[in-house]
Design a protein around this ligand. Sequence first.
Ligand code: F6R
Length: 614
Amino acid sequence: MCGIVAYIGEKQAYDVLIKGLKRLEYRGYDSAGVALLNNDLEVFKKQGKVADLEKTFNNKFPEGKIGIGHTRWATHGEPNDVNAHPHYSSDHNLAIIHNGIIENYASIKKELQSKGHQFSSETDSEVFIHFIEDIQKNNNCTLDEAVRIALTKVVGAYAIVIISKDNPDQLIAARKGSPLVVGIGEANGEFFLASDATPIVEYTKNVVYLNDEEIAIINRGVGINIKNIDSVEQSPYVHTLEMELEAIEKGGFDYFMLKEIFEQPRSVSDCMRGRLISEKDHALLGGIRRHLKDLVEAQRIIIVACGTSWHAGLVAEYVIEEITRTPVEVEYASEFRYRNPIVNKGDVLLAISQSGETADTLAAIELAKSKGAIILGVCNVVGSSIARASHEGAYTHAGPEIGVASTKAFTAQLTVLYIMALMLAKAKNTITDNQFKDLSRQLESIPEKINTVLSLNEEIEKISELYKDASNFLYLGRGYNFPVALEGALKLKEISYIHAEGYPAAEMKHGPIALIDEEMPVVVIATRDSSYDKIVSNIQEVKARKGKVIAIVTKGDALIPKMVDHVIEVPATHEAIMPLVSVIPLQLLSYHIAVMRGCNVDQPRNLAKSVTVE
Ligand code: F6R
């Protein structure tokens, strides 16, 4: 949540900052701002999107070769011009951008107010920079030392960059709990800082990921020094980015979400490449192999995640229990971390996260780790906090996901989880050779099948037109398609703002059936599987109450099309991996409905891609 970007070098900082903020806008888009240091330290900020900020300059852009920028997802204080970042210190000599939350800001603010500090915003971030200013004045120390002292006193999460009028060749940055990447420019002594690598990749592939409680002191033309909060010098490890620029551009699509939906044949196959080869009976995830013994011996696996990643976890529960017979529990990370859960030494905790930054998932990991669990992470973002906090794990290799609604990350997560289940089943001998071959062959054919579903895009668009004005939707599924129903409902509600609920189809008669009338569209995922006959009965129950049914069926189904209002046919596959196919029409349905309702599908209201606050 919140995106931060900073630049120091020989380029005009404004261009780098604005371009970078646009790339980071998926992290928050309530307001945006930049601070540039030329002769003076000037802050420009505006409620709304980065484009709204740009307009305020009327094409006369501020100059300066050092600057900081921020795109906000509001936590403290409503989204308005004043609460937007950057924030000045009281003498306007310093400015800060901050991603995270300072939990003890109220007591610090009170103390500062008693010393005469006045605040113009309601934010914790403004308190943070006044606090640093106060420490520097009282201790008569360098800015980096004042930052260090402040960090020993604040409680919470932060990624910050500070710019100072007194030192026009220096930026100070620090992080704890919120991500921060430093790009080492190709020109001598040029540096880029950002919440993730997307604003950096077009300038350099050499990056340093700051660790928690590290402070970076970056001097133009000189270099980067990193020390920890105890003043101990750290040697920066320079990573090479594998990301390509095309991966973070729209490539001719109207929205990133649509591009990402259409990328799935490729992202699923990238995710399988080298890891699954049915002909060789090969299913292998390198990081997981190093903990395969722990997985085999585990009395249970606990899966923690949030949102869409939690839905992937539910599918994983079904398949892992079915083919490995290891008990699995799936928990919302936010519940798990606060409910004093039983975690035994040797339990395996599987954390699933696209961004690798979700605060609740990260906290659940730390809790389980402290109780002796082995932590395996399934993340998309390389080098992310969850990937680094895990003992081992597997990346999903879906490429950057920029649309706020998760699509290709979900199918890539499922792919990794299926491969993991196959590995474990083989190691535990709970699967026959034929079953292993069959499942892995079917997985290999998934990209082709996703392509087939994508070719139904126009058909799905026509169905969307009929239901775009609905106020409610119900999504029903059974077995492996139950998590898909939850995911379909989440996709619709988050980007179109239509109320939608996902339910196990059989639960309908325990309450939700009361909602059904001729106004209610009901999406039923009714592919041919072991619960087919049961879901046919559930469809009859909906039709008897005049609900409008959109059914996702297996190609060639002769029965359901006669009973329902619309059918979307998907290719047949093994029921355990059907979610990889059956979720695709639901992604397209919500996309088209949202576009038809005039919603910004890539940046839905109130949401952010990376949820770094609890
Ligand atoms: C929904 C969506 C969210 C995320 C959730 C977890 O489309 O994107 O529900 O799935 O915020 O995020 P990650 O996977 O980054 O931990």
